[in-house]
Ligand binder design. Structure first.
Ligand code: ZN
Length: 336
């Protein structure tokens, strides 16, 4: 990971890598809407500051400081992100873990870095930081982030160098979505970008919702083919499709359960108006019509197989073996 692995924000990356190579001290405020990639840039900047071999692309990625950074085990970087139990970070935490810490020497790197998400800092905590921000020691860098600088005290803003994130181009947003949702069709990528307000985080979540729909569609096709499938079809073709969605095993499971639920509804209430997979209704109706041998009992056993699959993954079973066991049990129930 180096600056070049972050898409877009070219000027900012150039500026920050120059700052990192200069190893200056100071306080920076990265500002931009939620989901715009501030944290990614803040982390990469902090890593560059840690790395003794930092170059124009930021951290080298291979030295021991870079390794410590990646494992979050360096004592020279402090992150203040969203607190787990309260809405805002406690002021005592700021005083003890940031202000007091900032007076200590770095242990491994030349710089001590604090990354602080100001979205979670109340007025009192911001005030507690003022003195440290005003006169940062020569080996201390503060990287602050904010989604809305209106909630940041003026006295803070006057002490930091604000760096506003640039807008992303369509091409950059499409590339970001493509990397985060591999296999998604171009038209869906474009539509996610179009509706994202040019915010990469939003584009990714829209695309993920959309890929959920495409997983369901693919799963429906497998299930519909199941009664006519051979043992080999199941272990080769159907398993291949599931493996392609490996990272979304919960969506795989819920898609199969939704299909089974639709079949059961259509068996019991052929005219029922609402089914889960409205988009594939005709195909599922046809499936019910031509597979009279399938009954609620068989469907119940298929659902059990899905739950067994989920339980196996919870205890870290191998995906392929859990998925093939599930497919074979479903096949056993649905085959002609
Ligand atoms: Zn390094």
């Amino acid at each position: 990971m180096a600056f070049s692995s972050i898409i877009g924000q070219k000027q900012i990356k150039l500026r920050l890598s120059a700052e990192a190579q200069r190893r200056g001290s100071g306080a920076y405020m990265l500002s931009g809407p939620e989901g715009s990639g501030k944290r990614l840039i803040a982390e990469e900047f902090a890593k560059a500051l840690m790395c003794p071999d930092c170059g124009p692309d930021g951290a080298c990625g291979v030295c021991s400081n870079c390794k410590y950074f990646d494992n979050c085990t360096t004592p020279d970087v402090t992150r203040v992100y969203e607190p787990s139990e309260t809405k805002k970070v406690r002021v005592d935490f700021i005083k003890d873990s940031v202000v007091a810490e900032s007076y200590l020497k770095p242990q491994f790197a030349r710089t001590k870095t604090f990354i602080i998400d100001f979205d979670y800092l109340g007025e009192e905590s911001q005030n507690a930081l003022l003195k440290s921000l005003e006169e940062p020691k020569k080996d201390v860098v503060f990287i602050l982030t904010s989604s809305n600088t209106d909630t940041v005290l003026d006295t803070v803003m006057s002490r930091v160098t604000e760096i506003k994130l640039d807008q992303y181009s369509d091409e950059e947003l499409e590339e970001i979505v493509r990397i985060n949702c591999p296999g998604l069709e171009d038209a869906k990528i474009k539509s996610a970008v179009y509706n994202s307000g040019r915010i990469p985080g939003k584009a990714i979540s829209l695309a993920k919702e959309d890929s959920g729909v495409s997983i369901r569609h693919e799963i429906n096709s497998i299930m519909i083919a199941m009664p006519e499938s051979s043992y080999i079809d199941v272990l080769e073709d159907h398993l291949d499709v599931l493996t392609g969605f490996k990272d979304d095993s919960k969506i795989i499971a819920s898609s199969i359960l939704m299909f089974l639920d639709d079949v059961s509804r259509l068996i019991n209430y052929p005219d029922c108006r609402k089914i889960n997979n409205g988009m594939d209704r005709e195909a599922i109706e046809n499936f019910v019509a031509v597979n009279k041998h399938i009954n609620t009992l068989k469907l119940g056993r298929c659902s059990e197989a899905v739950n067994t699959f989920l339980r196996a993954l919870e205890v870290n079973a191998n995906f392929d073996s859990a998925a093939s066991a599930m497919l074979l049990r479903i096949h056993e129930e649905l085959k002609k």
